[in-house]
Design a protein. Sequence first.
Length: 201
Amino acid sequence: MSKNLYIAATEAESGKSLIVLGIMSLLTRHIKKVGFFRPIIRIGEEKDNDIELVSKRFNLPFEYSSMYGINNDEAFDLIHAGDMDSLFTAILVKYKRLEAECDFILVEGTDYTDSLKLFEFDFNAHMANNLGAPVLAVVNGKSKSVADVSDMVQLIKRVLHREKCSYLGMFVNRVEIKHLDEIKKLLEKFKTENEIDFVIP
């Protein structure tokens, strides 16, 4: 059984943070030492909102600096230098330090920062594979047609298959009420064995 889970959104404003809170609530009820980790955070005077929120709400006993890999400026420099190996290694090293203190780690993927937004989901899929974490994808259904969601679902599955990721399932979030039934049928059509899917208005 895996001791981690990677939540990866397909775009900004997907409602990923609320899903993170829900899953953390479930995990902390059943597992003693749950950690939280973000591969890349935005640099700035303020701390990362999701790390702060999760840490305080669930009384996590870890230092803030141990719950993320690198900041987006550091990521940009490594990407600009074409040194993706160092990027993934830097994140993995910090993740492993946290892993040594936890029974389970929930990983929240990136927020479509300037340094990564052109290949964001691909990055998250590759990162999840490096961490040995199954992926739970989050699709933003707001203002999208059923055809748009269908295209996104198929794209996600192609990327995860290419990266040889373990795939748990997906949330299609913020769906228009009129599209709920069609999108549920759509997910059922493309469903793989043991996949868990949710459609949320």
